[in-house]
Design a protein around this ligand. Structure first.
Ligand SMILES: O=C(O)CCC(=O)C(=O)O
Ligand SMILES: [Fe+2]
Length: 372
C-alpha cells in the first residue's frame, strides 16, 4: 500500500543559519517538489489567514449573479464556475468540482478587476494578504537562490520584484463542494484533476480537517495523500503553508527543481468502512491512495464531510523575465534535465509570459476556443 507523502517540514522564520535552511529547502524542492513551511505566525500572521478564509466563504456564498459578473477572463482573473476549469483534460469526464476566484494585482488596495459587491469592502484586506504572500514568496526565492549557489543569490528574487513590471501572479480562493451537494458524480471524478502548477512557486493554505490533496509518486501511478498537519506541527498556531515548485521554475532550472503532479480528491470512506478504491485504512503512516479513481483514503484524524476551502498563491516572475541560463554550477551541471545536453543551446529562451500562456491554453479550452 502506498504511504502518506513524506514531505519535509522547514522553518524559515528564524534568524539562524540561512545557508542551512536554504540547503534543506533546495533538497526538498529537488527530491519532492513540495515542502511544508512551518507556520509560526511570523511571516504570515494566523489572524490574516483566518480572515482570508472568512472572506473566501463570504465570496463563494455571494449571489450567483455577482460572481457571474466577474467571470474569469483571458487575463486569468475572476470567477471560475463549477466544472469550468479542467486541469487534466485527457483523463477527466467533466471539469473540476470546484469554484475558484483569481485575484490579480491590486493598486493602492484596489483590485484591477471586477469584484463581487459582497466583498468589495474587503479589498484592502485581500490586497494586504496578497502582500504577505508576496513577501514570503520573495524570501523563498532568495533561499532557493542561496541553496542553489546562484550568483548573485538574489537572481530569482530580482525577477519577481513587482517594480520590474506586471506578472501572472494570482491569489486564488478555492471552494470544493461536498459530494452530497452534487447529483452527478462518479467514483472516478475528482475535485481538481492531476496537474502541475504553472508558475515559479505556489503557497497553499489549507484548513485542519479538510484533506484531499495528493501528490503523484515518482513511479507515476501511486497517489500519496498530503496531510494538512504533518507530524511535529500539531501544536503550531496554524497548519504549515505548503510550498511547491511550479513548471516555470522547473523549466528554468532544467528540471533540477521538481514540479510535482498533484490533484484534489473527494474524501474516502471513514476509517473502518470498506474502501472502494481497494485501500482500507491501515495503521499510522500506512494510508495511501490507489492509482486511478478519484477517491481518497483518509488520513488519520482528518474528517471531511462538508465543503473544502483552500487558498493558493501562484507566484510568477514579471512577464518579460527571460527564462535563460541560471547562473548556478549545480543547475548547469544537472544532466537529468528536460532536454539532452545543454538545454539552453537547444531551446529558444521563453519569457515568463510566453510560458504562462502556453500552460493556460491547455486547461481553459472553452475560454481560448477560436481565439488562437
Ligand atoms: O486545493 C488544493 O489543495 C490544491 C489546489 C491546487 O493544486 C491548485 O489550485 O493548483
Ligand atoms: Fe496545483
Amino acid at each position: 500500500m502506498a504511504h502518506v507523502a513524506k514531505i519535509p517540514v522547514i522553518d524559515v522564520s528564524g534568524d539562524g543559519d540561512q545557508a542551512q535552511v536554504a540547503r534543506e529547502l533546495v533538497d526538498a524542492a529537488v527530491e519532492h517538489g513540495f515542502v511544508y513551511i512551518r507556520n509560526t505566525g511570523k511571516d504570515i500572521p494566523v489572524e490574516a489567514i483566518d480572515a482570508a478564509f472568512e472572506m473566501s466563504r463570504r465570496l463563494f456564498d455571494a449571489p450567483l449573479s455577482e460572481k457571474q459578473a466577474c467571470t474569469i477572463q483571458q487575463n486569468n482573473r475572476g470567477w471560475s464556475a463549477m466544472n469550468y476549469e479542467t486541469l487534466d483534460p485527457a483523463n477527466q469526464r467533466v471539469g473540476d468540482f470546484k469554484e475558484a476566484f483569481n485575484f490579480g494585482e491590486f493598486v493602492d488596495g484596489k483590485a484591477q478587476q471586477p469584484i463581487p459587491p459582497t466583498i468589495a469592502a474587503d479589498e484592502p484586506q485581500i490586497s494586504a494578504f496578497r502582500d504577505l504572500c508576496y513577501n514570503l514568496s520573495l524570501k523563498l526565492n532568495t533561499l532557493l537562490g542561496i541553496g542553489l549557489e546562484v550568483t548573485p543569490p538574489d537572481f530569482f528574487t530580482a525577477a519577481h520584484l513587482r517594480a520590474r513590471g506586471p506578472s501572472g501572479t494570482i491569489l486564488r480562493f478555492l471552494r470544493y463542494p461536498p459530494r452530497s451537494d452534487l447529483s452527478d458524480t462518479t467514483a472516478a471524478d475528482v475535485r481538481a484533476g492531476a496537474h502541475s502548477d504553472y508558475g515559479s512557486l505556489t503557497l497553499l493554505f489549507r484548513l485542519r480537517g479538510q484533506p484531499g490533496l495528493e501528490v503523484l509518486a515518482r513511479d507515476g501511478v501511486t497517489w500519496m495523500p498530503v496531510p494538512v498537519v504533518p507530524p511535529g506541527t500539531e501544536h503550531d498556531p496554524a497548519p504549515p503553508i505548503l510550498m511547491n515548485i511550479g513548471d516555470l521554475l522547473s523549466y528554468w532550472t532544467n528540471g533540477l527543481l521538481r514540479s510535482t503532479v498533484h490533484r484534489v480528491v473527494f474524501p474516502g470512506p471513514a476509517a473502518g468502512a470498506a474502501a472502494s478504491s481497494g485501500g482500507a485504512n491501515g495503521g499510522e503512516g500506512e494510508e495511501g491512495g490507489a492509482a486511478g479513481g478519484g477517491i481518497g483514503v483518509r488520513v488519520e484524524g482528518e474528517v471531511d464531510d462538508g465543503p473544502r476551502y483552500s487558498i493558493a498563491y501562484f507566484c510568477h516572475p514579471f512577464g518579460g523575465a527571460e527564462l535563460g541560463p541560471v547562473p548556478s554550477e549545480r543547475v548547469k551541471g544537472y544532466k537529468g534535465g528536460l532536454a539532452e545536453g545543454n538545454p539552453y543551446a537547444e531551446r529558444r529562451v521563453l519569457t515568463a509570459d510566453e510560458h504562462l500562456q502556453m500552460r493556460l491554453r491547455a486547461s481553459y479550452a472553452q475560454l481560448y476556443k477560436g481565439k488562437e
